[in-house]
Design a protein. Sequence first.
Length: 198
Amino acid sequence: MAKEGYPDFQTSVLVGQSPVTIIATLGWSKPPAPLPPMPKPPVPKPPSPQFFPVYIDAANAVRASLYRDSTFVGSLPYRGVWKPGIYSLRIVAPGYGDYIDRIMLNAPLTIRVNLPALYVDYEIKMPQFFATRDGRPVEFKDMDIYLDGQRLASPFGRATSGTHRLIVFLHELRFEADFELTVGKYAVIEPFLGIRVR
């Protein structure tokens, strides 16, 4: 069955001996619009490596060095940018104990440390003929002796390793000299026209 302006109506009917009446209601509807094509999914971008700022300093050790995973990175204070990850850190400086740490870097990092000073035991020993007073050799108690600006009350003591200044006053005589103390051995400090550390 067809009528202009309407969609065709089709059906199958089995007709027997008796008369058959077929009633068809023709209707019209706008055909559905075709669906727009699906957009292609965006190609995922490879994740860009993210970096974090790192600041590390040892406030009391001027010549400290920084090692990351046993590789020298730089002198302190250190500023840089690192990828996220797990790192082993080591800070070393002459005359100080090492700072060792393991960190997980997943955000900006600031580390400020004070390294433990390494001490050296010492004795200040006056050579036999350093000076005489009233015909006898002078002793420690006969002098005013200063180590790094601090007056010493005893010839025995402890000081950090590194460079130090010794000042000896004996009446009008002033003797002043710099010397080095090395970690790991007892130091005997002998003033003369200079200083010998043995």
